[in-house]
Design a protein around this ligand. Structure first.
Ligand code: SF4
Ligand code: SF4
Length: 223
């Protein structure tokens, strides 16, 4: 028996103990793989390449000690209902190019973790089970973890009005996305990333840095 979970206005049926996914155990950094797709316009190509860089950096932060509980988890919460987002989105398909690895029953989940090296749905990074927050040394670290999970979400907003780039349904419309907004969001995510990297390195969070981190949009369901 599953139970309904509303994520970004859509209702998913989730099986018990498999909430949304978050397969950190295979979130080890894969390096940046550059795209060479001739039909992409220059703005889409530039944005996509930087997005891949951001995704790799987010994975690195999630894989660090203290954040990587999923690697020892015996009850992985990935679910094909989430994986399918990576098959429906032309933007994510452009990134991962692993459509042939999708399985109707298991999605992208394999015995060794998520098959997607990049281009996972952003929700795959947004969700952290409670254990992650209990495991953080204090509230600030817990808030920072939540922001890490939202950096990709922030970067993809307002590609076409309220529509995020992963929700644009055709390649033609992708070419026409609002790259000015997208680049601004992406730059903000990178700026937040640098703040978080410095925080983990030095243990300091100046007030102005914290104020900036609070401008990163966190999906309503994970606030
Ligand atoms: S540790 Fe939590 S978030 Fe990670 S796979 Fe297990 S249940 Fe999911
Ligand atoms: S795409 Fe990968 S990380 Fe996301 S739910 Fe599916 S198997 Fe898990």
């Amino acid at each position: 028996m599953g139970y309904p979970l509303k994520i970004r206005g859509r209702i998913f049926t989730i099986s018990p103990r498999r909430t949304i996914h978050n397969l950190f155990f295979l979130r080890a950094p894969q390096g940046v793989l550059w795209l060479n797709l001739p039909h992409m316009n220059d703005q889409l190509k530039a944005y996509t390449e930087r997005y891949i860089e951001l995704e790799a950096a987010v994975r690195q932060l999630i894989a660090r000690k203290g954040n990587s509980l999923c690697s020892q988890c015996s009850c992985i919460c990935c679910d094909a209902v989430m994986c399918i987002e990576a098959m429906k989105s032309p933007f994510l398909k452009l990134i991962h190019q692993q459509m042939d690895e999708y399985d109707a029953e298991k999605g992208f989940l394999t015995a060794t973790g998520c098959a997607l090296k990049k281009g996972r749905p952003s929700v795959c990074y947004e969700y952290f089970c409670d254990d992650h927050f209990y495991n953080q040394p204090d509230e600030l670290h817990a808030d920072v973890l939540k922001i890490i999970g939202s950096l990709l979400y922030h970067a993809i907003q307002n590609a076409d009005g309220e529509t995020s780039i992963d929700d644009i349904q055709t390649l033609e419309k992708l070419d026409l996305a609002d790259f000015q907004s997208l680049e601004k969001n992406l730059s903000e995510s990178f700026q937040a990333l640098e703040i978080i990297q410095a925080f983990y390195r030095d243990g300091k969070m100046p007030d102005e840095s914290l104020a900036f981190l609070k401008t990163i949009r966190i999906p309503e369901e994970f606030q």
